[in-house]
Each structure stands twice: as structure tokens, then as C-alpha cells.
Design a protein around this ligand. Sequence first.
Ligand code: VGL
Ligand code: ZN
Length: 219
Amino acid sequence: MELRKPHTLELEAHDALVVVDVQNDFLPGGSLAVPHGEEVVPVLNRYLSAFHSRRLAVYATRDWHPPEHCSFKAQGGIWPPHCVAETPGAQFASDLSLPPETTVISKATELDKDAYSGFEGTDLDARLRDREIKRLFIGGLATDYCVLNTVKDAIRHGYEVLLLEDAIRAVNVNPDDGLKAEETMQGLGARPIHFEILTTRVSPAGSASPEGVEETEEA
Ligand code: VGL
Ligand code: ZN
């Protein structure tokens, strides 16, 4: 018999959080600002806290381009210069609370290749397999580019994907791009979730209580 309430989700040992490209250039004032991009930060901080307090794995991807990257308009690409490695625009949002054990994954680092997926040209899959990670909780920026492609690759690599629907925002070059991306991800099997469905087993010591009482995650 299923004792758990429907629409709740308990974090498990083989879960990892993947925070996609929450970098200054994608936030207000940045060179490729995602509309409302800053709104993902406080929500991601709640997920980060939930993962950190359970000692679960956290990964943060970052767009990390050379100064004359092929995706920039001057080189015939479609984007303004953004996330140039080692510049302030490429830094993670200052109010993003990444735990010290976060694994940083740099992508699109080569001059003549773009990469929207955190798996493309990186060791992310190998690192996840090393830790026997099975489920990925994926959120960040932007829904219609790097989140979409990271989720697609995650599913292709066999991970179960929980899409943090409350912690993604879209560029929306075309008005529906974000919505279409969400439909695509769900069509491939990604399950949209929001923070409030996470449960925790609370005890004074912070470990599982003998009763295994489930409570909804604190705000
Ligand atoms: C991204 C456009 C260009 C992203 C990266 O992180 O979604 N979008 N480079
Ligand atoms: Zn880029």
C-alpha cells in the first residue's frame, strides 16, 4: 500500500541537483539578460539548501566562452558577447548559494564550437556515473537553450529528470519558445516539479526520525 501522499517527492541518495548557467550575463544588467532570470535565484537557493543539508550532490554548469567565440555576432553567431571566461559576466550570480562541495562544469569553452548542454564536451556524465547518480533535478537558465539541451542529453544518457518548473526562465526569442521547450522536455519524460512537493524526514539530529514522519519542506 502506498503510504506517501500523492504529489510529494522524497530526496534520495542517488539524486543530484544540476543548476544550469545562473551567471551574471543572463541576469538583469547582463549582456544576454533572460527576462525575469533573477527570479530563479531564491527558488534555486531553497533547492540548494535541501540538497546540501542532505549531503546530496550539487553540480553547477556555466557558459565559459573564449573572447571571440563563434556564437558571438562578430564571428557570425546569433548572440551578443556573453559569459567570457574569467570576466564578471561569467561569474555565478552573487546571491546564488552554491554549497562549497558544488562541482562546477564549464562548457562551450572552445572557440569554434557552441554547446548548450552541460553534457556536451564535458565530463558531467562520467562524474554522475562515478557517484551512481540516477535522478537529476534540473533548473536554471535558459529554459529554451541550455536547460532544454541539458535535459534532453540527461534523458538520452538514461537519467530520470525532474524539471524544476519554478526555477527556470526562457529567453523567448520567439514568444512561445519557453513553453515549447517545456512541452518538448515533458514529452521526452521529464517530470515538472515545484519546490513545495519535496518532503523531508525531520528529527532534532537532522537524520531520519524513527517514525519516519514526513513533513513538507520548510520555506
Ligand atoms: C545560453 C544562449 C547562449 C544558455 C547560452 O545558457 O541558455 N543561451 N548561450
Ligand atoms: Zn553561450
